[in-house]
Ligand binder design. Sequence first.
Ligand code: GAL
Length: 695
Amino acid sequence: MKPANKAPLRFPPINGKCPHMIHGADYNPDQWLNYPDVLEEDLRLMQLARVNSASVGIFSWASLEPSDGVFAFDWLDRVMDRLADNGQFAVLATPSGSKPAWMSEAHPEVCRMTEDGHREPHGRRHNHCRTSPVYRAYCARMNTELARRYGKHPALLVWHVSNEYNGGECHCPLCHEAFREWLKKRYHNNLDALNHAWWTGFWSHTFTTWEQIRPLDSSIHGLMLDWKRFLSDQTLDFFRHECAPLREWTPDIPITTNFMGFHITLDYWSFAREVDVVSWDSYPAYHDRPLDWLRAVDVSFVHNMNRSFKQKPFMLMECTPSVQNWQPVNKLKRPGVHLLEAMQAVAHGADTVQYFQWRKSRGGFEKFHGAVVDHCGHEHTRVFREVADVGAALARMDDVTGTTTPAEVAILFDWENRWAIDGISGLSREERRYPETCTAHYRPFWSSGVPCDVINEDCDLSKYKLLITPMLYMVRPGFAERIDAFVRDGGTWVTTYLTGQVDESDLCFLNGFPGPLREILGVWAEETDTLYESDDVQIEAAPGTDCGLQGAYKADVFCDLIHTEGAKVLATYANQFYRGRPALTVHTHGKGRAYYMASRNEPRFHADFYRKLIDDLALRRVLGCELPDGVTAQVRTDGEREFIFVLGFNREPVHLDLGAAAYRDLRTGVEYRGRTTLPAYTALVLESVNSPVTA
Ligand code: GAL
């Protein structure tokens, strides 16, 4: 058995100026310049809600530079000064997320171009060309002005670079040319290597000059995959460009840019390497189905990923204090859910809880999006009270700041793998669901209170006891070797259908799937059956095996038909023409074991299988007791003190048996032991009162 993780150290605060949890919101005072009382009233209200930071300037370009080269910083000076007077901080944005009209008018190249060569009209946001030298020059000038002016300002806490970058396509000549340059680097100026990687002998697609290449042919999978990589890399290049003046003038101010969960177009693993602190925007649609906790599992998985990116605390840069305005149905969060959501973020490693938005705008697209301060303008609202409760809770959590979570389990979520899966022509078009599949494998760990990291193919595996790689379709160079070493060294690895089919160029492995992983798994995957919803495929535990499965389970969407090559069969298909063929296998490899789950299975299968594995591997459940459905327990620690978050997402009270252990709630001071009732939507932040840390 592998040794447990070493207790991590406490991380310093995001910025030493503020050694507390950050509670803040996007704030747009520039929309209120004709309403002179608003700023002072906002400062009063921020004190009441214990909001200690404001994210300012995010979409302020038109107010900061009303015409080319004419700057108007007076309003921002005043906001920064008044925040500082008030003991508060600014998360100061660069305004590139939305460009001013004068710029698009004078330089149409700052707008993106569609596939058929049309320049997009000015308007909306998040739609500038990332290659345009003109846009880059304007950004560099603006960011230099901001850094020089506010670099030493006492209120400046963090740089919020742009807003929610996306890798949306721009097909202007500059971007196409930049793509070709990117390809020349990737293929070392060797067109033959590119033609081989893209298998262009197919349909006579061979390129004979670089100039022929345009990212418009979705039938060339390798081309489209590289185009996705390019869009992500070019956005990162743009980000670096935005950061250069900030790094030069303010080397001590941490830089972030807000991520968007599973957002498809950017490989956040590479972005995370370039930011000083990771931040993300979380907008789950709570109450969209009967069981809220299913939604909570998805959110927890993404929180884990954001913590894992840098293996340290992150910022929850945005969430709504009440309601959103862009979901199909925009439902109010039920009482208590806001505090629960905030504590959930902290439980998984957030050192901030920040909102979109502080004050509802009077007009425009987001005037009905939730805000701390509603159009009524005062503090006597349900939402304001709930936000103030979060403020009070965070104010008691200084000791949690900077702590982290040791995990013994890693689940893989890899963007390049995802792009390749989405690009497959075949199987089932609608049902690939890579993110949802990864989350489905996480659910039993959430329900058992077992912490998990989320990693990609480049991450270190050596500290984990259990590695889970759902749908590991693309195996990039070196990853098979590292899995091999991990398992030989005593690690347990679980993988699924659609594993080990293509290399980094999307070329299929020859000599049998799962390609370079075949020997570790001891199986050969010959074919994949794709199911209709009406198809009935059952699997059942093989007699005499002890892998936690009992009786029959429903398989769904994908069923690999595999042959064992040394692996032991733990479950078989119960019907269809592949009745009796292996559905779950395990192979001993060195000191470890490798499992192959041949089909996508119903949640009960995951629950039974992983709970047995949790026991077999003696993975630590942070609360050491059974948790009712809809409740999870998560931990943060500095190696000495432990903070255990018990999060209940049920609509009705449930009972939890804490056994002999006694805990005190950091937030309320209440002591808990034995049988405990958890009210609907509840969050406890517990510290043990009778036992030392066992991690
Ligand atoms: C975010 C965005 C914010 C605001 C918010 C509304 O994606 O960064 O500016 O639009 O959505 O939910």
